[in-house]
Structures are given as C-alpha cells and as structure tokens.
Design a protein around this ligand. Structure first.
Ligand code: ACO
Length: 318
C-alpha cells in the first residue's frame, strides 16, 4: 500500500491588537493611500508585550488539533517554521511542545523565512511517507513586529504577526501530491536581518531591496507552480484554489493572471494580515477551510518565496 499524507485539521491565531495604515502614518512618513495602492495592505495584527511566537503558535496548534479531532497524545512530531523564534535556543517548537503538555516524540524549528511553511510541510510529508511519523503538527508562526525597523517606511508597513497550523497525518487516501523546494543563496543580501548571534550578537532588523525581491518573486513563483503541476500531470486550469504566501497583492494578482486563474480562486488575506512570513499560508488556508471555500476533492496549490532566497510549492488534493 502506498503511504499518503493528508491535512486533517487547520487552525490559526492572530494577536488582538490591529494597527491600521492610518495609525502608522502618524509615526512614519507614509499614507494609507500609498500602502493600499502598492501592496493591498490595509491593517496588520501586532503582538502584545510579552506575547511571543511560541504563545501564538500554541494557540494556532490547539485550534488545529481541535479541528482534526486528535489529542496531543496522538502527535509524534512538531515541525515549526519561524524566522522570529522566542530565543536563539531552545527551539520554539520545543517550547510549544511543552505548552501543549507533550513529552513524547520530537520537535524542531525550520528556517526558510516566508517559504517556511512550505518547507515544514514538505519535511512532515516526507517523515510520514518514510514511515518515521504518523501524525505531525506543522506550524508557521511569527512576530515580525520585533525585527522591524519602525523608522524605515520601506519595510515597517509591510509585515504583521500571527500563526497557523495543520495536522498532517498518514492516510490511505491521497492528500499532499508533491512538494517542491528551492533556494539560491546568492541573493541573501536582497532580504535579510542585519544581526544575529554569530555576527553582531544582537537580533537586528529586517532589510529588503523591495523592487528586486518583487522581480525575483514573480519569476520564481511562476516556475515552481508549473513544476508542481507538471510533476502531477495537471494543467493550470485544474487548480481550484491558490493559497499563496501573502507578501503583496500585486504579486498575488500577477501570479493568478500568469496562471489564467480567476482572481476569486486566490485566497487573499494580505489586506488584513499584511505579510506574516511563515504564518501567512496556514492563516489563509485556515480561513478558506473554515468559511467553506475549500471543499473535499479540490486541488489546492500553495506557493511561497522568501529570504535566502528560498521558494517552494505544495500541491494538495483536499
Ligand atoms: N510610504 C510612502 N512611500 C514609500 C513607502 C511608504 N511606506 N515605502 C517606499 N516609499 C517610496 C520610496 O521611497 C520611493 O520613493 P522615491 O521614488 O522618491 O525614491 C517610492 O515610494 C517607490 O518605492 P519602490 O520601492 O520602488 O516601490 P514599489 O512599488 O516597488 O513597492 C514594495 C515596494 C511594496 C516593497 C514592493 O517592492 C514589494 O512588495 N516587494 C516584494 C516584497 C516581497 O515579496 N517580499 C517577499 C518575501 S518577504 C520575506 O521573505 C521576509
């Protein structure tokens, strides 16, 4: 029997505090009009003092476990994607493991910035298909507000905090059809954090050459989408839902146009969440599953691109 892996539950969590563009315009030289026109972002959620990536991940995980109707005793692996861990170590995944009261199995973080959730899903899928795990909690959670330079209008308006999670489990039925991961470290200087334990011994701030990242994103995303469809003998027209990483509305509409996909087949949350990096796909996925847009049997394509550069896609039969 071929072993498959399927998403059996989704969950997400957003910090309570909402910051609108108009509020940002009071402290940095920007406007609601500029942000909406260039990015589609209208607001973002920002973590409260003391609210960490692990806290956000924990809440998202509880909701995914509930949706999958499984208890933490049934989970044998936690894979958590984040670029904003609580600490350099221990991993945020082990902190979440502890918050969930899980003392068995294994837990670790993975780091691929905005592509983190696709990377984590690929790892979990491979653990299940290799027979090394049966039920994996896959989480993407971030507190990007903590690494933003709040005086840099070219970056601080773009990001938000949040988390999403899925339970991925062994199944006889098809679920994750394939995952495709890429990276190219030559572009590390176009999107990076200017600090770290081994360089500056500080956390640092996010720096980005926005227009250059934009150009690479459009090309790399179109190519990985076609790669995932070709690997499964599907056409662009077979896609029911595109659940993309939410960086910029113009990238989302551009990708949909390239795919010949109607805009209403793209799950969009960037207007309300901004870019939540590794959390953006599981947040969007949870929204579209809970409001009934994504239905059993449909073909769902997730894709992301982030610092590194890293990029990837996952094609899923829901
Ligand atoms: N408010 C007002 N004006 C601004 C702002 C702002 N918040 N930010 C920049 N500007 C100004 C610039 O200074 C510039 O002014 P100038 O012409 O006088 O020099 C002008 O607006 C145009 O700036 P550009 O950077 O050329 O604007 P662009 O249309 O490219 O939009 C943006 C910038 C939104 C960052 C876009 O390039 C983008 O979305 N890039 C991709 C980001 C992305 O995909 N990231 C993905 C991965 S994220 C991750 O991995 C963590």
């Amino acid at each position: 029997m071929t072993i498959h892996s399927r998403i059996s539950g989704t969950g997400s969590f957003l910090p309570e505090r909402i910051v609108t563009n108009a509020e940002l315009a009071k402290t940095v030289d920007t406007s609601d009009e500029w942000i909406v026109e260039r990015t589609g972002i209208r607001q973002r959620h920002i973590a409260a003092e003391g609210e960490t990536t692990a806290n956000i991940a924990h809440q998202a995980a509880l909701r995914a476990l509930d949706a999958a109707a499984v208890s933490i005793a049934d989970i044998d692996l936690v894979v958590l994607a984040t670029a904003t861990p609580d600490n350099t170590f221990p991993s945020t995944a082990t902190k979440v493991q502890s918050l969930l009261g899980m003392t068995h199995g294994a837990a670790f973080d993975i780091q691929a910035v905005c592509s983190g959730f696709v990377y984590a899903l690929a790892i979990a899928d491979n653990f299940i298909k290799a027979g090394q795990a049966e039920r994996v909690l896959v989480i993407g959670a971030e507190t990007f507000s903590r690494i933003l330079d709040w005086e840099d209008r070219t970056t601080c308006v773009l990001f938000g905090d949040g988390g999403g999670a899925v339970v991925l489990e062994k199944s006889e039925k098809e679920g994750i059809l394939s995952t495709h991961l890429h990276s190219d470290g030559r572009y590390g200087n176009l999107l990076y954090v200017d600090g770290g334990p081994s360089t500056t011994q500080s956390v640092g701030h996010l720096r980005m050459s926005g227009p250059e990242v934009f150009r690479h994103a459009v090309v790399n995303l179109a190519s990985v989408v076609d790669e995932s469809l070709a690997a499964n003998n599907y056409q662009r027209s077979d896609i029911d839902w595109l659940v993309p990483h939410q960086a910029n509305l113009r990238i989302l509409t551009g990708t949909a146009r390239k795919l010949g996909l109607a805009q209403d087949r793209v799950v969009v949350t960037v207007d309300r969440h901004a870019n939540t990096s590794a959390a953006s796909i599981p947040l969007a996925l949870d929204e579209a599953v809970r409001d009934g847009r994504i239905q059993e049997g449909q073909l769902v394509l997730m894709e992301a691109m982030g610092g590194g550069f890293t990029w990837g896609a996952a094609l899923v039969r829901w």
